[in-house]
Design a protein around this ligand. Structure first.
Ligand SMILES: [Ca+2]
Ligand SMILES: [Ca+2]
Ligand SMILES: [Ca+2]
Length: 186
């Protein structure tokens, strides 16, 4: 596989408003991977459905290998998987509703799914975080906006299923701070 030396900014079209462009590396990547046109990418590509347009791409960025997948063949990436030098899956981003924005992030640790972050209201900020223990869902936290008092809802899981009702607590955090708190724990 060829080694590519391309800047992220050349590869990705920003679909997240610049005002939301974040300072942390992860946020930056999230913004950059927002929308990606496969046919504009150089690199190793595969046309899986034989329509003459590539829908599976492999891209080197620094020490990482990205596997970019267009599952509905609309020339926009729906899944981006990041592997380290040992070919171990580090993280992934998924566009679950095929709107071109990869709103769900999966973080792996020791070969197992560790955390899943979602931007459920698609405002560019994570508002739902789920942690896994030994690959099994452990608990989720959801951020709720309110004009009076923001809240965080927490659901505990047992054997993969909620073990009780969602427990709401008031928070002084903003949605952005909620995201940073979770990201900082990685
Ligand atoms: Ca697509
Ligand atoms: Ca999406
Ligand atoms: Ca959000």
């Amino acid at each position: 596989m060829r080694k590519m030396a391309l800047s992220c900014c050349m590869l990705f079209n920003l679909s997240v408003p610049v005002s939301q462009a974040a300072d942390s590396e992860t946020d930056q990547l999230m913004a950059e991977i927002g929308k990606l046109q496969l046919d504009s990418l150089p690199g190793d590509n595969i046309d899986r459905n034989g329509d003459g347009r590539p829908d599976l791409f492999f891209q080197h960025e620094g020490e990482y290998l990205y596997e970019l997948v267009d599952n509905n063949f609309d020339d926009s990436v729906d899944e981006s998987w990041k592997y380290n030098q040992d070919d171990v899956l580090v993280s992934g981003r998924v566009d679950e509703n095929f709107d071109g924005i990869l709103e769900t992030e999966l973080v792996y640790r020791d070969f197992l799914l560790f955390r899943v972050f979602s931007d459920t209201d698609r405002n560019g900020v994570v508002d739902l975080a789920t942690e896994f223990n030994d690959g099994a869902r452990s608990f989720s936290e959801k951020f709720y906006h309110s004009s009076e008092q923001n809240q965080i809802g927490r659901v505990e899981f047992r054997y993969g299923y909620p073990s009780g009702p969602e427990e709401l607590r008031k928070t002084e955090l903003s949605e952005k701070e909620f995201q940073e708190l979770w990201r900082g724990q990685q």
